[in-house]
Ligand binder design. Structure first.
Ligand SMILES: Nc1nc2c(c(CN[C@H]3C=C[C@H](O)[C@@H]3O)cn2[C@@H]2O[C@H](COP(=O)(O)O)[C@@H](O)[C@H]2O)c(=O)[nH]1
Length: 306
């Protein structure tokens, strides 16, 4: 994840719409001292888990579709996680590679029991087909084989996922340079680690390498905590629910500064308290604050990446 860290830091060093506030970072670090408030993975009780390879298939499908819920004001990540869980409980073959390649928009909607078209539904269906086809071609149809082939390395897993599945190649170009963010690929590794509690399919020797997942909730939480500051034009766009285009400088700065701010928090926690914390733990804590605050205003970008 060196490329994610380095390219995000580079964006943060040139950023004009989003600023990292050192005093805000210090305040958060002081407040958490050396122990991040513990948030259990699946604190919501919405995910499928059976201790085996079907859970891996579920998490891979879930993270293939884990983006852009906000255009439908009633839809959230919870609906996706619990809808896919119920579908799998009712039919164990629902995520078989051959079936993934055939879903249509209305069928996906039906699976999730969602009464109207999903945001970016055609893209969601295309990504499901891509996952099914590539799993069938190279991994005998099973996401668990993908995980088995990464040698207990989260970095290798992210590399494999982004190499084989173009839909997971979450990157941007900022001032002519490629910036790597890899939100859904990294969250897949983190979900395995969280669900399997660091054992079996969730055992990674390098989980500390993963960065935070740059979505639309965590930047808003960091802003509320005084860690990020927005330019008045960006703040105005967010307050009026204006859309920010995918790949715009504002959008890349929001995401890159989020990653960079959390990396700085980790560095300070280590320096001040001698404690090595994981971005994955900081992420779940910050994200859980955000989703429990319905009035939180976040940026709106139509994107398949987050
Ligand atoms: N940074 C970060 N972003 C995350 C998640 C998760 C879910 N992780 C699960 C894993 C274990 C836990 O128990 C969680 O349930 C979703 N998202 C993002 O949030 C947004 C959805 O928001 P809303 O529209 O309000 O539902 C959307 O961009 C989605 O991609 C996370 O953990 N970290």
């Amino acid at each position: 994840m060196d490329a994610v860290r380095a390219s995000s830091a580079w964006v943060a060093s040139l950023s004009s719409h989003v600023t990292l506030v050192d005093s805000g970072i210090e305040k958060v670090v002081e407040s958490i001292q050396n122990s991040i408030p513990k948030v259990e993975w699946d604190f919501e009780g919405i995910h499928y888990f059976d201790e085996g390879p079907l859970t891996v298939q579920y998490l891979f499908v879930l993270d293939a579709l884990n983006f852009c819920f906000w255009p439908d004001k009633d839809l959230s990540y919870d609906h996706l996680a619990s809808g896919l869980k119920e579908a799998l409980q009712n039919d164990k073959s629902v995520f078989d590679a051959d079936r993934l390649q055939k879903y249509t928009g209305p069928e996906l909607r039906k699976l999730l029991k969602w009464p109207r078209p999903l945001p970016l539904e055609d893209e969601r269906v295309r990504l499901l087909h891509e996952v099914g086809l590539e799993l069938e071609r190279n991994f005998d149809g099973k996401a668990s084989n993908l995980v088995d082939s990464c040698g207990k390395s989260a970095v290798e897993l992210v590399t494999l996922v982004t190499r084989h599945f173009p839909g997971f190649r979450d990157h941007s170009v900022y001032k002519g340079h490629q910036v790597f963010l890899y939100k859904r690929a990294q969250i897949f590794a983190a979900d395995l680690w969280g669900a399997f509690k660091g054992k079996a399919y969730g055992e990674f020797n390098d989980i500390g390498e993963i960065t935070i997942f740059a979505d639309y909730i965590v930047p808003a939480v960091l802003r509320q905590l005084g860690v990020l500051k927005y330019s008045s034009s960006l703040a105005g766009t967010i307050e009026t629910n204006g859309e920010i285009s995918s790949g715009s400088e504002e959008e890349v700065e929001l995401r890159a500064c989020t990653i960079c701010a959390v990396e700085k928090m980790r560095e300070q926690i280590l320096k001040k308290f001698g404690k090595q914390v994981l971005s994955v733990e900081l992420d779940l804590w910050l994200w859980s604050i955000g989703v429990q605050c319905p009035s939180l205003q976040h940026h709106r970008t139509l994107s398949i990446y987050y």
